[in-house]
Design a protein around this ligand. Structure first.
Ligand code: 4NP
Length: 154
């Protein structure tokens, strides 16, 4: 199973989701992989935002090695599941889908936690430190459920 995490810039929310799921796949010795991308290429090549890295480190997780890249149409071929953080990401990604099969790969990540609610992971970029911690708590819970429901065969 190959999973892609997508947000706008690929420097705050999706690299954290990537780092959390990557670590949980490793701990649980699962046959799965994860990557992340942004719908915008504005921050391509950059490391995650220092505030997101600090929040991750406070929870013993390093995302320092990740680098931003832009989502591409070919990601639909390469990934089985594509998690987006908000409705805007959903619109931008599904617009590039060639067919229903590709479109059906795209899911709002918090619908794993609260099915059908279409709740967004709020963009923390323009806010304070608490926003980054809130994002961590949401994505930590969502990635736990992804491990249990989608990546474990029992
Ligand atoms: P992200 O946050 O989508 O969670 O990576 C953002 C990062 C950068 C910008 C917006 C959101 N920006 O406008 O530069």
């Amino acid at each position: 199973m190959k999973v892609l995490m997508v947000c706008l810039g690929n420097i705050c929310r999706s690299p954290l989701a990537d780092g959390l799921l990557r670590e949980k796949i490793r701990i649980n010795k699962l046959d799965a992989s994860v990557d992340s991308a942004g719908t915008s290429g504005h921050h391509a090549g950059e490391a995650p935002d220092p505030r997101m890295r600090t929040t991750a480190k406070a929870h013993d997780l390093s995302i320092d090695d990740l680098r931003a890249r832009q989502f591409s149409r070919t990601d639909f071929d390469d990934f089985d599941l594509i998690y987006v953080m908000d409705e805007s990401n959903y619109t931008n990604v599904t617009q590039l889908a060639k067919n229903e099969h590709e479109k059906n790969k795209v899911k709002l990540i918090l619908n794993e936690l609260t099915p059908g609610m279409n709740t967004a992971v709020p963009d923390p970029y323009y806010g304070g430190d608490q926003g980054f911690e809130d994002v961590f708590q949401m994505l930590d819970k969502a990635t736990d459920i992804i491990i249990k429901k989608r990546l474990t065969n029992d």
